[in-house]
Design a protein around this ligand. Sequence first.
Ligand SMILES: C[S@@+](CC[C@H](N)C(=O)[O-])C[C@H]1O[C@@H](n2cnc3c(N)ncnc32)[C@H](O)[C@@H]1O
Length: 299
Amino acid sequence: MKTYHDPVLAEAAVEGLNVLPGGRYVDATYGGGGHSALILEKLQQGKLIAIDQDKDAAANVPDDYRILFLNQNFRYMRNFLKLYGLLPVDGILADLGVSSHQFDQAERGFSTRFEGPLDMRMNREAGLTARDVVNEYPSEKLADVFFLYGELRNAYKIAGAIDKQRKVAPINTTTQLTALLNKLAPRGKENKFFAQVFQALRIEVNQELDALREFLVQSAEVLRPGGRLVVISYHSLEDRLVKHFMRSGNFRGEIEKDFFGNPLTPLVAVGKTIMPAPEEMERNSRARSARLRIAEKRE
Ligand SMILES: C[S@@+](CC[C@H](N)C(=O)[O-])C[C@H]1O[C@@H](n2cnc3c(N)ncnc32)[C@H](O)[C@@H]1O
């Protein structure tokens, strides 16, 4: 199979799923199918439901009767599993964010490395683009995006610079945006600054945190007791949601207890957070910020 994505923490993630030969698994972020290929190696007569909101992922799906590919947002996972009569499932994997394939295509606008249109949609049929956010959001709302999703301290200055420029002419490309904001980037930390600016826009365009919250809640519902949820995240906003949900079943991270003091949590965390070994980080730059968490549905 053509692999356009070196799967991050592949062994640990698939091991975390505890694949049973006849089980039913969901790869909620199919991408290049790297993780799925490993799941399929362990699966005999079982079923793999592969989801990706990017149509491009369909080209990587092998001709294999065990796979059902759904070109959908994983925030609708439960409904589709119900529709196809595939409930409950034995394990769910999500390797969040954007694939190397998406980053490396200049015309998708995800990367600070290339000149491209300010697009950033994982699903190219969705309405909102980064260009719309940058040119049409009220200045206050734009500042919130940079502050909340980019964790940028100078969010108001960034929004202000954009607002001033767009009154003159629309900002259409990645390079127009980086040239405009260059003066606001801390010296020597330009790469990190632009990564945060682009991350903020991408999260807003794809509504990534809302989709993740909905997906996590549904995961706890569709897993069979003892089934596993494995999530790889790439920044602290995602990881915090995953950590809190696995620990407590809510996004505040507060464990509620019943009358007898038993925790009312749907999942139980399995082991500690796993991070890639230095060799993997060296080999694959995407792996550098990866965090893998595993949880099991309470019996
Ligand atoms: C990091 S890549 C996954 C790579 C994959 N594990 C592999 O081994 O090739 C993330 C993929 O998830 C998809 N994705 C991200 N958020 C999604 C969502 N809410 N619903 C469906 N797909 C999503 C992206 O389009 C991208 O292809």
